[in-house]
Write a protein that binds this ligand. Structure first.
Ligand code: KG4
Ligand code: ZN
Length: 335
């Protein structure tokens, strides 16, 4: 089954053509990072306007790269949420128009399902699985009994982990998005500031990162007031050590409690090099799969992969009516 997939939930405009959930025939990702960098974060109105500028062109490019015509497409899939509502609506309208014009079935896909199914592009998914979904907007531990079944075990009580990375980076005077920069600098420093490990001692699977972020901000201000300089590499290493201690330990505990055959780590923060190195050394008795770097941050191939499995379970929409939803949860099981 050949699926044309569209993703526009935040600041990436992306179209991919994916065969049978695994074979990525073409993949265009236009990132707006350079446009939003100067504001220190994504400006929703600017993001929507830029999606409008590029969206139809990248449909054509994806088809051309895959050497396919619209008639060759079996299904059109598009991120329906969660995300920035203006951004979502651009992708949804473009996908709906394409599906309508070429008389193809249409399907809305939960962005969070997409992140998890990114891991299925290059790996065989095995169930029951335990998914750690870590991105700019979400930090969740999810139990998957089978394909397309999502039980939320725990989530962040405040900031998402990617959001904490971005805010810590900003406090340290680093650019946006901060995650990759903090990750690079962490590799050059040591865990010398001994930051707290939030919620590590709690038996449940919830997370909290806002206190950790505040600990960094307070320490940086204390140093400034004393006229001393903080060691940026060490601060990044200390922050990252604390985050990874918590993420890895909670994941290990949940995988054991639920006997997850496989651990799936997905979302933008799954691109973290420190995490990719540590988790394989620290969880030895479970298979761990992580998407390729390009499928960790937002992209349309992951939407095409999730759409394939959703179609097996639920089929597509009977008509072309699809709305955007900015606050969908992981437990939404699609139409
Ligand atoms: O999944 P994603 O592209 O968008 C959302 O759905 O939120 O995730 C973006 C987040 C940003 O907060 C970014 O700083 C973070 O992923 N990120 C990283 C790394 N690469 C991206 N965080 C830590 N280490 C990285 N290497
Ligand atoms: Zn995302």
């Amino acid at each position: 089954m050949i699926i044309l997939a569209v993703e526009s939930s935040c600041d990436e405009s992306s179209v991919a053509i994916v065969k049978d959930g695994k074979d990525v025939l073409s993949h265009i990702i236009l990132s707006q990072i350079d446009i939003h960098k100067r504001f220190g974060g994504v400006v929703p109105e600017i993001a929507s306007r830029n999606h409008v500028v590029h969206m139809t062109r990248i449909f054509d490019e994806a088809l051309k790269d895959a050497k396919l015509n619209p008639e060759d497409i079996d299904l059109v899939a598009v991120t329906k949420g969660p995300g920035l509502i203006g951004s979502l609506l651009v992708g949804i309208n473009a996908a709906t128009a394409f599906a309508f014009a070429h008389e193809k079935p249409l399907m809305g896909v939960n962005h969070l399902h997409g992140h998890i199914y990114a891991a299925g592009i290059d790996h065989e998914m095995k169930f029951p699985a335990l998914a750690l979904l870590i991105s700019g907007g979400h930090t969740e531990l999810i139990y998957m009994k089978e394909h397309m079944s999502f039980q939320l075990l725990g989530t962040t009580q405040d900031d998402a982990v990617g959001e904490a990375y971005d805010k810590v980076a900003r406090t340290l005077g680093l650019s946006y998005p901060g995650g990759p920069i903090v990750d690079e600098k962490a590799a050059l420093g040591k865990d010398s500031y001994h930051l707290p490990r939030p919620f590590l001692d709690k038996s449940e699977y919830h997370f909290s990162f806002s206190g950790l972020k505040s600990a960094v901000i307070n320490l940086v201000h204390n140093y400034e007031q004393r006229g001393e300089k903080i060691d940026v590499n060490d601060m990044c290493a200390s922050f990252q050590a604390s985050v990874l201690d918590v993420l890895i330990e909670k994941t290990r505990l949940a995988a054991e409690a639920f006997d997850g055959k496989q651990i799936i780590v997905a979302g933008g923060v799954a691109a973290n090099k420190g995490l990719r190195k540590r988790i394989f050394n620290e969880i030895l008795n479970r298979e761990i799969i992580i998407p390729k770097m390009e499928y960790c941050t937002d992209n349309a191939a992951m939407i095409g992969a999730a759409a394939y499995y959703q179609y097996q379970k639920k089929g597509a929409l009977p008509d072309y009516l699809l709305g955007g939803e900015s606050t969908l949860s992981i437990e939404d099981e699609g139409e």
